[in-house]
Design a binder for this molecule. Structure first.
Ligand code: URC
Length: 297
């Protein structure tokens, strides 16, 4: 008889918006929460007995009920509450993985009283993944779709050349990328003090952007390392960070046919193919745990 392998189940992409009303001033948390549970689930696969199955519909309801009962302080805090609830509340469930995307909203200033009107922030999407097996926590947070550009202070030269190499060396180029990053917290059990998740996120993003802006870049690889190293150096709660950075190439347009000189001013922004630079930066002595393919996280 064929054997059942790894399995998990739950409700994916529960969209929950929580408004906290502080008098006339309102606060928004807008999340996309995916619940994935595993445990003693052989029988439902082999015979169809649902005796151990908490319905995915219930996991959805729990997300909404918890938004009311516990509020949403941060995506990480909310995910930790949910994971703990499923693993400690159901004997047959041994592991919970909660993935959350968070969409940020910004106040529209000077609109009426300004306290209840928002515009969705066009920048990055914040991410977190909480995994709990009843003993150990693994918290990996991150972001995606953060588009950044340096219009100078980037070069690329001195690379290997073979008979297929045509790329001209660049001594002043545009460096642009869409940052996708994941960082792993060293908080792993209830005995340890939890980080302040909101402050941590803001600080990680700040250091990431400052390192991008301040590094005189000889390659995107060098910039990536500088971004990761700065976060490891400044944020003690984080042991590991992985980046996936597409090199959003900007090619100088040849304006000679029109009798014009292109003095590093007019570029063609290519969308594909793109260079893809990926690496993990670790605290010395720490283990590498974030998977190489960030789409698997
Ligand atoms: O920063 C870069 N790194 C590369 O590895 C590379 N390869 C390439 O063609 N352009 C670039 N740019």
């Amino acid at each position: 008889m064929p054997i059942l392998g790894q399995n998990q189940y739950g409700k994916a992409e529960n969209r929950v918006v929580k408004i906290t009303r502080d008098g006339a001033t309102h606060h928004i948390k807008d999340l996309n929460v995916s619940v994935s549970l595993s445990g003693d689930m052989d029988e439902v696969h082999y015979s169809g007995s649902n005796a151990n199955v908490l319905p995915t519909d219930t996991t959805k309801n729990t997300v909404y009920a918890f938004a009311k009962e516990h509020g949403i302080e941060s995506a990480e805090q909310f995910g930790i509450h949910l994971a703990r609830h499923f693993v400690t509340g159901q004997e047959r469930i041994h592991r919970a993985r909660i993935r959350i995307e968070e969409y940020a909203w910004e106040r529209i200033e000077n609109s009426g009283d300004g306290a209840h009107s928002f515009v969705r922030k066009g920048q990055e999407t914040r991410l977190t993944q909480i995994t709990y097996d009843g003993e150990q926590w693994e918290i990996v947070s991150g972001l995606k779709d953060l588009v950044v550009m340096n219009s100078t202070n980037s070069e690329f030269w001195g690379y290997v050349k073979d008979k297929y190499t045509t790329l001209p060396e660049a001594y002043d180029r545009i460096l642009a990328t869409e940052v996708s990053g994941r960082w792993r917290f060293n908080w792993s059990d209830d005995e340890q003090e939890m980080p302040d998740w909101e402050t941590s996120y803001e600080q990680v993003k700040k250091h990431m952007l400052q390192a991008f802006a301040e590094t005189y870049s000889l390659s995107l690889q060098q910039t990536l390392y500088a971004m990761g190293a700065r976060i490891i150096d400044h944020r003690h709660e984080i042991d590991e960070i992985r980046f996936s950075l597409p090199n959003k190439h900007h090619f100088l347009v040849d304006l000679e046919p029109f009798g014009l000189k292109n003095d590093n001013e007019v570029y063609f922004a290519a969308d594909r193919p793109y260079g893809l630079i990926e690496a993990t930066v670790l605290r010395d002595g720490c283990e590498e745990k974030i998977p190489a393919d960030l789409t698997n996280l």
